[in-house]
Write a protein that binds this ligand. Structure first.
Ligand SMILES: [Zn+2]
Length: 90
């Protein structure tokens, strides 16, 4: 499977992902890139935090279903990143 994308493409897709205007295939590409690229992962975390603050301050809640999907995706990303960066056990 060859779904490698560069940082520019990853960031562009990331914004689509954050706005939930993305296909599952593109979301996979973004997750795949975030697993390998700490810089993009930092940017992704930052964008997520910004959106969380904005949503809280304007009280316009995202639909529960959408929010659950985003949280689930974020957990998957976090889990796979944690696994990847864990030092190999002896
Ligand atoms: Zn990157």
């Amino acid at each position: 499977m060859n779904n490698e994308i560069d940082c520019t493409a990853a960031l562009r897709k990331m914004f689509e992902f954050l706005d939930s205007e993305m296909t599952d295939i593109d979301a996979d590409e973004v997750r795949h890139h975030l697993n390998m690229c700490a810089e993009c992962l930092d940017e992704f975390d930052y964008q997520m935090a910004v959106r969380a603050v904005v949503q809280r301050s304007c009280r316009c809640e995202a639909p529960a279903e959408l929010r659950a999907k985003v949280v689930a995706n974020l957990r998957i990303t976090t889990i796979s990143v944690t696994k990847q960066f864990r030092p190999p056990s002896p």
